[in-house]
Design a protein around this ligand. Structure first.
Ligand SMILES: Cc1ncc(COP(=O)(O)O)c(C=O)c1O
Length: 384
């Protein structure tokens, strides 16, 4: 069938996301799939048992719009313990259907026609469409992936009366880089005295390596008071398919966030919220997540030692960039497709995270995989 009228697309240039494309290609060609970011190992069995038990005990109806209070209380305790920040579980924390919904809702609540939103590139792919759907315009700052990450002078030059929001993401997907305390101090200085809202995508907050400490905006009171923090249980508990997350923000920002949230999702999965509330008592799980993934990163990079890829070890997230410039001159999109079809390893070409043509020669590989999967992939990559 086909709609017979004039179809006015709100996103005329938007295609299917690269993650769907590459995962489909990986399946079609039987390639080892290190493209889309999801673990290929089990989630903690106790989390499954808890969810099952809450379902059996009848926790199957709508939860409160803002989320199950017990879960919000646990999250308030956690953020205070980790970052010495106080968030009111009643008014400043909301449970969402993953990070993506949280980001969309935050943009929807605050960005309107004529607003500008500063985005750092390479940028995770859900920010820009959400801005454009609401009539906003992205203002781009290119990051330096192999040196000092952000040139804050460039950011300063972009800020004007129309700047409504700045979106940051640390640990950063796809680069695997992290922002440091100086970055946060500079961001604080630049936004001080303005009406700018910071949307801080911290979904990989626990996946950080080599002794780096996650610089949540929650640690910096002057930043926290203008920030909406986005978190994802999916990244922390290996259960990306549950699509569970949460946001934290000052009460007056949260009030506006919830005005939209109540109509685009209302509330999210009830038994999962109860189970997560209980599972949060297992602090070791998230406190040891960095070490767990650091070992995966090290395994992957060790397996690739002596290969023709140039590697700068990922500082956080479960992604590793590989520079293939010594192997091929091909565009990264072409090379990623050829690698999937002919070599049997699927990855994500980093140029798709830029709005303009980008000649960098980086592919992003997800190492949230069983060692056996990483070994299979590395064996193939070593031949290049
Ligand atoms: C940087 C970043 N932000 C947000 C998300 C979305 O999180 P969720 O899967 O909870 O929607 C992802 C998921 O890959 C991500 O990498």
């Amino acid at each position: 069938m086909k709609f017979p009228g004039v179809l006015r697309s709100k996103l005329p240039k938007q295609g299917t996301t690269i993650f769907t494309v590459m995962s489909g290609l990986a399946r079609e060609h039987g390639a080892v799939n290190l493209s889309q970011g999801f673990p290929d190992f089990s989630i903690p069995s106790r989390l499954v048992e808890l969810t099952h038990s809450f379902m059996n005990r009848g926790f199957n109806q709508y939860s409160p719009m803002q989320g199950v209070l017990g879960l919000r209380e646990k999250l308030a305790e956690k953020v205070e313990e980790l970052y010495s920040a106080k968030y009111d579980s009643e008014t400043e924390i909301t449970i969402t259907a993953g990070g993506t919904q949280a980001i969309y809702t935050a943009i929807s609540a605050f960005v309107t026609e004529g607003d500008e939103v500063i985005i750092f590139e390479p940028a995770y792919d859900c920010y820009v469409p959400a801005i454009q759907i609401h009539g906003g315009t992205p203002a781009y700052v290119q990051m330096n992936l192999s040196g000092e990450l952000i040139d804050w002078e460039k950011v300063k030059r972009l800020i004007n009366q129309r700047t409504r929001m700045i979106i940051i993401n640390t640990p950063h997907n796809p680069s695997g880089r992290v922002m440091n305390a100086q970055d946060m101090a500079k961001l604080q200085k630049l936004t001080d005295g303005t009406d700018i809202i910071i949307l801080s995508d911290e979904v990989y907050e626990h996946i950080i390596f080599d002794g780096f400490e996650h610089q949540s905006v929650a640690r910096f009171p002057k930043l926290a008071e203008r920030s909406i923090i986005v978190s994802s249980f999916g990244k922390t508990y290996h259960n990306t398919g549950w699509k569970m997350g949460h946001v934290m923000a000052p009460a007056n920002l949260m009030k506006e966030f919830r005005k939209v949230h109540q109509f685009n999702v209302f509330s999210v999965n009830t038994p999962a919220q109860h189970a997560l509330a209980e599972f949060l008592n297992d602090k070791e799980h998230y406190l040891e997540l960095g070490a767990f993934y650091q070992e995966k990163r090290d395994t992957f990079n060790r397996l690739l030692q002596g290969s023709n890829f140039k590697i700068r070890a990922s500082e956080g997230t479960y992604f590793q960039l590989l520079d293939y410039s010594a192997i091929s001159d091909e565009k990264d999109t072409d090379y990623a497709i050829r690698l999937t079809k002919e070599v049997g390893v699927a990855s994500i070409p980093v140029s798709v995270f830029y709005h303009e043509k980008n000649e960098d020669k980086f592919l992003r590989f997800c190492f949230a995989k069983e060692d056996e999967t990483l070994e299979k992939a590395a064996e193939k990559l070593m031949k290049l």
